[in-house]
Design a protein around this ligand. Structure first.
Ligand SMILES: Nc1nc2c(ncn2[C@@H]2O[C@H](COP(=O)(O)OP(=O)(O)OP(=O)(O)O)[C@@H](O)[C@H]2O)c(=O)[nH]1
Ligand SMILES: [Mg+2]
Length: 221
């Protein structure tokens, strides 16, 4: 498979407080690496990964890894509008990072209107549960996810648990949104790029067509 060929490009933004592990999640997903001491992100970093959302349909995922620190907020805000997806990340051992998720979500939603960003909520550093460090229960996180109308995944960049699932769940949701027409390609918006808009339209039409009524079996008496 030639990974440089792709039919779609999705721009995805990483959101959440400083130190929740946004850069570590991306390092694990794109390079299968975990570093105990990673520099704090300054402004915004950039990562790329390719994924097949269905056989023969390749997507280039382009990630904006934003700095969680407040002093970079004006830089990171400028990336919201051209994102189609967002990973909302908190640390299961850090209650404040969980409490801030609603603010991250509201801030992005307000700024991208009339566009929409699709989100997945990630409870990160799940490896810490074994050390008795968890302070946000899975149930609380699932309740918040339901309130926000998003999916919830627990993950650990350290062990790799749940990492691919989190990113690829989001990629699938964006792809399904495109096929259903919930996400529209628009001039001057770079959240999604498509190398063949005609192929997308054909796919949408075939999804929209009601399937023919099943043939009735003839009774052969
Ligand atoms: N136990 C554990 N520690 C982790 C995990 N992921 C990241 N860390 C640690 O958490 C710290 C912060 O990780 P980063 O990935 O830099 O966090 P960030 O969200 O990108 O932070 P900013 O760039 O400041 O916004 C680092 O010391 C990591 O080693 C994990 O899955 N488990
Ligand atoms: Mg970072």
């Amino acid at each position: 498979m030639d990974l440089t060929l792709w039919q779609y490009q999705f721009r995805i933004i990483m959101l959440g407080d400083s130190t929740v592990g946004k850069s570590s999640l991306l390092k694990r997903y794109t390079e299968d690496l975990f570093l105990e001491s990673l520099n704090q992100t300054v402004g915004v970093d950039f990562y790329v990964h390719f994924v097949e959302v269905e056989p023969e349909v390749r997507v280039k995922l382009q990630f904006w890894d934003t700095a969680g620190q407040e002093r970079f907020r004006s830089v990171t805000r400028s990336y919201y509008r051209n994102s189609v997806g967002g990973l909302l990340v908190f640390d299961i051992t850090n209650l404040a990072s969980f409490n801030h998720i609603k603010e991250w979500h509201a801030e992005v939603c307000e700024r991208v209107r009339p566009h929409r960003v699709l989100f997945v909520l990630v409870g990160h550093k799940s490896d810490q549960e074994a050390q008795g460090e968890r302070v946000v229960s899975r149930e609380e996180a699932q309740r918040l996810a339901a309130q926000l109308g998003v999916s919830y995944v627990e993950a650990s960049a350290k062990t790799g648990h749940g990492v691919t699932q989190a990113f690829e769940l989001l990629a699938q949701q964006i792809y399904q949104g495109l096929l259903s027409g919930e996400i529209q390609l628009q001039e001057g918006w770079d959240g999604v790029k498509c190398t063949s808009p005609q192929a997308l339209q054909l796919h949408r039409d075939s999804v929209a067509q009601p399937s023919p009524a099943p043939l009735k079996k003839k009774c052969c008496g």
